[in-house]
Design a protein around this ligand. Structure first.
Ligand code: NAP
Length: 497
């Protein structure tokens, strides 16, 4: 399978700042590694705090003009970006597979998914109207208008490098905001390619600035944005500890925050479930991106009456998954880096030490085609209990822990016994149970008899320590808008005609 790009100019080696492609001010660079092979596939700037300040200067200038644009023009800009993303979808997908490792089919799906947020918010831009409030006095008029919050800092993770960026930048532009953006150290190339296409679509200089940086410098760069009063909003997708840090550090300037953080999703199979459908749903939800998704099931609870049958069916499917680099057409790619593999392995060892049993898989995978890749064999572990690390922490890998339960009350208590509250899944054909469980589960998103949740038309986001704010849907634009109430008094009182 070929991962070379048709448009090699989409592989950028500089950051986008104030409409220009630039190196870091101190010249530092950072290597981009293919996680399947360990090969260096590019170099990008390792931007500093000083670059971060320059990006806010540029964004603030751009915002001064862009805030006055009309919704129809902002929508048109987004639709031009959308068209360019679709026209270059194959290149974006290949670039993503190269630096992130996910199978090409998944990268293609992500590009289509990310693009759907751009067209969605192009439409929403035209619908973000305000309100007229019925007046209490005949000589008053009361209305509500919505205005862009200002400069937005968008910080994105490596697991969905295209879609996470699109679903922050598109609503920001739709609302009339300017953006400073920092992609993850592991996946800067997809972000820069998206920025290049946005520039090609006609975005004015400084409207969206994308600065790449190393993990070592990430906090220093982001701190300048947290301290800067001109940055009025942070939109962050990433881990809960970093999200809490951002919330603490932005308190002094009271920024608006959208935090899409970590998850620990339960996946419950009741005794009346369609077991084949439940296995199929779990395969989709769990193994996308090799289990490196914030909404992937991290704890699987199966009623004891169907426990053995479910595990047999699941093991047959998991045991047949193919593993390899994106070039091989395999279903499971590498994990993002060596630390990720270490974490999955430590979760497995911890569970085995406490009495859990491997059903299928169980360890690192050596790939002859890519001997330096960070592969882990898809693994099912049975008899997991709540004391094990894989029940309490996000594993972020292709590991399925399965726990038996006997009553609805017991499993709802288990499912909710976590500080996280992002996604939850369950399978049942009992209509009363469906509603009771859907309402009792503490999560921002619940899938009933389905393994998929994400779509641009529905609100994506969590509760508890999975964060706050929603992306996509008709709620997503408001995250980037301030509400202003205007009272016009002392008008001539309305007279009968
Ligand atoms: P992460 O370490 O929190 O990193 C996310 C982003 O924050 C990266 O760009 C990272 O830069 C940056 N960052 C790290 N430390 C920072 C700091 N002190 N200040 C400002 N920015 C900082 O998370 P990750 O490992 O990349 O991603 C996995 C996590 O994201 C998981 O917990 C997953 O559940 C969560 N996630 C959530 C969602 C959702 O929608 N809820 C979606 C996807 C992922 P570097 O890469 O340079 O470190």
């Amino acid at each position: 399978m070929n991962l070379t790009l048709n448009r090699t100019d989409l592989i950028r080696s500089e950051s986008l700042l104030d409409g220009a492609w630039v190196a870091a001010s101190d010249g530092r660079r950072l290597e981009v590694i293919n996680p399947a092979t360990g090969d260096t596939i590019g170099q990008v700037p390792d931007c500093s705090a000083e670059d971060g300040r320059a990006a806010v200067d540029a964004a603030q200038r751009a915002f001064g003009l862009f805030r006055h644009t009309v919704a129809r023009d902002r929508a048109a800009l987004l639709m031009r970006w959308h068209a360019l993303v679709l026209a270059n979808a194959e290149d974006l997908a290949r670039l993503m597979s190269l630096e992130q490792g996910k199978p090409l089919a998944e990268s293609r799906t992500e590009v289509a998914y990310g693009a759907s947020y751009i067209s969605w918010f192009a439409e929403e831009a035209k619908r973000g109207g305000g309100d007229i409030i019925p007046e209490q006095h005949a000589n008053h008029r009361l209305l509500v208008i919505k205005q862009p919050v200002g400069v937005v800092a968008a910080i994105t993770p490596w697991n969905f490098p295209m879609a996470m960026l699109a679903r922050k930048i598109a609503p920001a532009i739709a609302a009339g905001c300017a953006v400073v953006c920092k992609p993850a150290e592991d996946t800067p190339l997809t972000a820069l390619a998206m920025a290049a296409l946005l520039q090609e679509a006609g975005a004015p200089a400084g409207l969206v600035n994308v600065l790449t940086t190393s993990r070592e410098r990430a906090a220093g760069l982001a701190d300048t944005w947290l301290e800067d009063f001109r940055v009025r909003k942070i939109s962050f997708t990433g881990s809960t500890p970093v999200g809490k840090h951002l919330a603490r550090q932005s308190a002094d300037t009271l920024k608006r925050l959208s935090l899409e953080l970590g998850g620990n999703a339960p996946f419950i199979v009741f005794e009346d479930a369609d077991l084949d459908a439940a296995v199929a749903g779990l395969m989709v939800a769990k193994f996308r991106n090799a289990g490196q998704t914030c909404i992937c099931p991290n704890r699987v609870y199966v009623h004891q009456g169907v426990y053995e049958r479910f595990i047999d069916k699941l093991a047959a499917r998991v045991g047949s998954l193919t593993i390899g680099p994106a070039t091989s057409g395999a279903e499971i790619g590498p994990l993002i880096n060596a630390r990720a593999v270490d974490k999955v392995e430590s979760h497995l060892q911890d569970a085995l030490g406490r009495g859990a049993k491997i059903v299928v898989g169980g360890g690192r995978h050596h790939c002859a085609e890519a001997p330096n890749g960070h592969f882990f064999t898809p693994t099912v572990v049975a008899d997991v209990d709540a004391s094990m690390r894989m029940s309490c922490e996000e594993t972020f890998g292709p590991l399925v822990p399965v726990t038996p339960f006997s009553t609805d009350e017991e499993v709802i208590a288990l499912a909710n016994d976590t500080p996280y509250g992002l996604a939850a899944y369950f399978y049942s054909r009992d209509i009363d149970r469906v509603w009771q469980v859907a309402e009792a589960i503490e999560a921002g998103m619940v899938a009933v008899n389905d393994g998929a949740l994400s779509t641009e038309i529905a609100p994506f986001g969590g509760i508890k320590e999975s964060g706050y704010g929603r992306e996509g849907s008709r709620y997503g634009l408001d995250e980037y808008l301030n509400i202003k109430y205007i009272r016009h008094g002392n008008l001539a009182a309305r007279q009968p005609a």
